[in-house]
Design a protein around this ligand. Structure first.
Ligand code: SF4
Length: 410
């Protein structure tokens, strides 16, 4: 989401007459797009700010702006805490921020020049902001507000603009992307996927992040039937223990989650499933953690993002004792990582001997690197012509936990 925010900001600034520069030394303004989902994300933002302070003081006229979840969480207190901060703004009002800047810098949109930030092959497109869920550990509803879906046509227009700039793969974004509803027609994510995949020049469509409570057949059938929609579902399960899930207010049980995955895999051949897990939630016992490990072993996800619980201000979970000590959280993370390494390697071995379709993202030294429709990284020994931005067929000969290797076919 933050990459997408940065992208929309730079596009908006460019249209207003500013120029993005690749080298910070040439810049007059630096904007930090921050995250507050975990404590260490905030520490990183403060660390980056300290570095920018020296950059700002090195030349008069330079300014620093901050936006994103941390800027929303801290509000104007940030100016007291960071006296070198010049602007704080909410991404929900980024256009107003750009207008204010235009007044100060006296830009002329007709005079836009210099470097314009170029997209690569892939781009993120937000389709729904905020979240109506009430997960006990999560700060997102407090800093991003309740759900607001964008009109379907606005999303399609953005995708068309990206396609004109050379983007071939778009990822539709939302904290709960599968509760998307067009504000007027109430069309859901399945309809949106159908409209987006019809945009000329777009070859692949993905979406992130789905909530298990909103996975319905129309979405699964869209993934199965729409040729440009990739066979990949990111579906966080967070814990393999029903009591913890209840405390987390995830509003599904382990059995319900299991059934959703079984059904999705049944409907969509070769579906890749990734997930998010939290270990060390307040009060999580060894037995409860073992249930998370067991679910990981049972479902055999393709990719798992594992985090130790981090108490966030204003959330319900932050009022409970954070009683799983850091060393134990780390141990639990490592146990899951070890298991997942094995599972991912087994999952990747299933592709040996098969031919996959790869969108080439890098081509150098006789090798082409890209991703499959299932989002697996593939490195292929490449003949001439396997250029960046082409889709090539690769026959898979080697598999590790993290990538597949093979020959690019002519
Ligand atoms: S669904 Fe995701 S974004 Fe929404 S409250 Fe739960 S964890 Fe946070």
């Amino acid at each position: 989401m933050n990459e997408s925010d940065a992208d929309y900001l730079s596009q908006g600034l460019t249209a207003a007459g500013f120029s993005a520069v690749a080298d910070l030394d040439q810049a007059d303004l630096a904007i930090l797009v921050t995250c507050s989902v975990r404590q260490n994300a905030e520490q990183k933002a403060y660390g980056r700010f300290r570095e920018l302070k020296a950059w700002k003081r090195a030349r008069p006229g330079r300014a620093i702006a901050m936006t994103g979840c941390m800027a929303n969480k801290e509000k104007d207190r940030l100016y007291e805490r960071l006296p070198d901060l010049d602007y704080r703004f909410d991404m929900r009002q980024y256009e107003a921020f750009i207008e204010d800047l235009q007044g100060e810098y006296e830009t002329d949109p007709a005079q836009t020049g210099g470097v314009v930030l170029q997209h690569g092959l892939t781009a993120y497109v937000p389709v729904i902001f905020g979240c109506n869920e009430v997960c006990s550990f999560c700060i997102v509803p407090f800093v991003r507000g309740t759900e607001r879906s964008r009109p379907l046509q606005d999303v399609v227009d953005d995708v068309r603009r990206f396609a004109d700039q050379g983007v071939r793969e778009v990822t539709l974004l939302g904290q709960t992307v599968n509760s998307y509803r067009d504000p007027d027609t109430k069309a859901g994510l399945a309809t949106l996927l159908e409209s987006v995949e019809r945009v000329p020049g777009i070859w692949r469509v993905r979406f992130l992040t789905s909530h298990p409570r909103h996975v319905h057949d129309d979405l699964l059938f869209a993934i199965r039937d729409l040729p440009r929609v990739c066979e990949h579902l990111h579906l966080p399960f967070q814990s393999g223990d029903d009591a913890i899930l209840k405390q987390m207010r995830r509003r599904y049980t382990v059995d319900e989650y299991r059934a959703i995955i079984a059904h999705a895999r049944n409907v969509i051949p070769d579906l890749s499933v990734s997930t998010d897990v939290i270990v060390g939630y307040p009060g999580e016992t060894e037995e409860q953690f073992q249930r998370t490990l067991a679910l990981l072993e049972e479902i055999k996800f393709d990719v798992v993002h594992i985090q130790g619980f981090s108490p966030r201000p204003r959330t319900t979970a932050a009022r409970q004792a954070d009683d799983v000590v850091p060393a134990e959280k780390k141990r639990r993370i490592n146990v899951l990582l070890d298991a997942q390494r094995r599972i991912a390697e087994d999952a990747n071995r299933r592709w040996l001997g098969r031919t996959v379709e790869v969108l080439v993202e890098r081509a150098e030294n006789g090798e082409a690197t890209g991703r499959t429709r299932q989002n697996r990284v593939v490195i292929g020994a490449a003949p001439l012509g396997a250029q960046v931005g082409t889709v090539r067929r690769v026959s898979i000969e080697h598999a590790t936990a993290w990538q597949l290797r093979g020959q690019v076919l002519n």
